[in-house]
Design a protein around this ligand. Structure first.
Ligand code: AMP
Ligand code: ZN
Length: 130
């Protein structure tokens, strides 16, 4: 059972911002900021690591289109695009989704903070990633 699949199938009501054959965008119930929207593929896939390229591309296209639309319509001065992948990263609903969070001020309800971390050998990191 997946709450977003239930929304996509119309079993649970939602506030639809955008819909096409493959992608749905709805208002996040929490509205961290005014206009906070979730973009998700209609096909159930748990997270971005599990998703195929086509699914990610379809979502990316909608994220691009809606970011512009939402910032323009709300009068926001910027936005954060956020994907939580895995519980360790804060994912609570295990159906791939991307948050579009319009930003109105640095003091609104969103806080992303990188703490001071261990210095890394960037050459070594690159070898690991490639
Ligand atoms: P995440 O922590 O990235 O998995 O985000 C899940 C998001 O889904 C949270 O911001 C919730 O507020 C939102 N959410 C949960 N249930 C619903 C629902 N029925 N309709 C809209 N948004 C929801
Ligand atoms: Zn699902």
């Amino acid at each position: 059972m997946c709450i977003f699949c239930d929304i996509i199938e119309g079993k649970i009501p939602s506030y639809k911002v955008y819909e096409d054959e493959d992608v749905l965008a709805i208002l996040d119930v929490s509205q961290v900021t005014y206009g906070h929207t979730l973009v998700m593929p209609k096909k159930h896939v748990e997270n971005i690591v599990e998703a195929d390229e086509e699914t990610i591309e379809k979502c990316a296209k909608v994220i691009g289109k809606l970011s512009k639309q939402i910032v323009k319509k709300t009068g926001a001065v910027g936005c954060n695009i956020l994907n939580n992948c895995g519980e360790v990263a804060g994912q609570t609903v295990h159906h791939l989704h991307f948050h579009i969070i319009p930003r109105y001020s640095e003091n609104d309800a969103v806080e992303f903070k990188f703490k001071e971390s261990k210095k890394q050998d960037l050459e070594e990191v690159l070898r690991t990633l490639k």
